[in-house]
Design a binder for this molecule. Structure first.
Ligand code: ATR
Length: 272
């Protein structure tokens, strides 16, 4: 049986094992998928050991995505752009290829699961950490009319805008400088919801046609989506679909086939 796993710290609450076991079942793949808790200083060693013992592929989560980036023997373009690796693939010559499936996961969730369009739309991206960096390249590939990055620490948003400006129209602003017309999409990539907070966005960014997306998810609606709902946003989505779609892309890279995702999203929602 082919062995796969997710490594992180903490790892107890990871939904990846449930998702990949369901993918394997639905697409008839003979594979196992474990969750491995890795000591903060023991990541490289744990990866080496996993593959030495016959492992075929890994997902990498907090706090090891940057270390995985450094450890991979080769990188996909999107991992290079993201500056982080969430998927390691064992190549036939024994080398490790690093990829990042987070961005394509969000884009597939928006376009396939929510029938959303980014092309020619004005997009406001909130935050400038790893989550936002990870989705910028796939987002810009859809040719939005513009992407505005807003962040508490505006310098971090500016660095991202500079690094991705070759891919499309992108600008960085502070919360204080945001005003004017509502955006078509407001995508929250901050961790503010974790602390029950909402980024200090002016209410004018939300209009009756605005669709909101929180990369976070929780059993109850996220604080960002609650806020958007109170302001009358047209749609609110959370990151559960993104989680399943990024997993599906990892699965595709390892197994060479795309697993069905809708059923898995539905069962996770039901059991959440
Ligand atoms: P991740 O890798 O999940 O993106 P990160 O790199 O720590 O995590 O980034 C967290 C993001 O959430 C940052 O953009 C952070 O803003 P700063 O760069 O100014 O720190 C943002 N963030 C966290 N809590 C926030 C809050 N309460 N209000 C607004 N932004 C917040």
């Amino acid at each position: 049986m082919d062995r796969y796993a997710v490594m992180g710290n903490p790892i107890k609450h990871s939904k990846s094992p449930v998702i990949h076991k369901e993918f394997a079942h639905l697409s008839d793949q003979d594979m196992s998928y474990a969750a491995i808790l890795v000591d903060e200083s023991g990541f490289a060693e744990a990866v080496t050991e996993f593959f030495a013992e016959g492992g075929r592929g890994l997902n990498i989560t907090v706090p090891f995505k940057l270390e995985a980036f450094g450890l991979a023997d080769e990188l996909s373009d999107r991992a290079q752009r993201a500056g982080a690796v969430n998927t390691l693939i064992l190549l036939s010559d024994g080398r490790l290829r690093g990829d990042n499936t987070d961005g394509v996961g969000m884009m597939r969730d928006i376009t396939n699961n929510h029938d959303g369009r980014i092309t020619n739309k004005r997009v406001l991206l909130v935050g400038a950490g790893g989550a936002v960096r990870g989705v910028l390249a796939p987002l810009l590939q859809e040719n939005p009319a513009s992407v505005t990055i807003v962040n508490r620490t505006v310098e971090k948003a500016q660095v991202l805008a500079d690094q991705f400006s070759d891919l499309g129209r992108i600008e960085a602003v502070s919360f204080a400088d945001l005003s004017g017309e509502p955006y078509d999409w407001v995508i929250n990539g901050t961790s503010a919801s974790l602390g029950g907070e909402v980024p200090p966005l002016p209410v004018s960014v939300i209009g009756q046609y605005t669709r909101c997306y929180d990369m976070m998810y929780s059993v109850d609606e996220t604080t960002f989506n609650q806020w958007a709902g109170e302001l009358g946003a047209a749609e609110r989505y959370d990151g559960l679909g993104m989680l399943v779609e990024q997993a599906a892309e990892s699965f595709r890279l390892w197994r060479g086939l795309m697993p069905p995702t809708a059923q898995v999203i539905a069962s996770l929602k039901g059991g959440a």
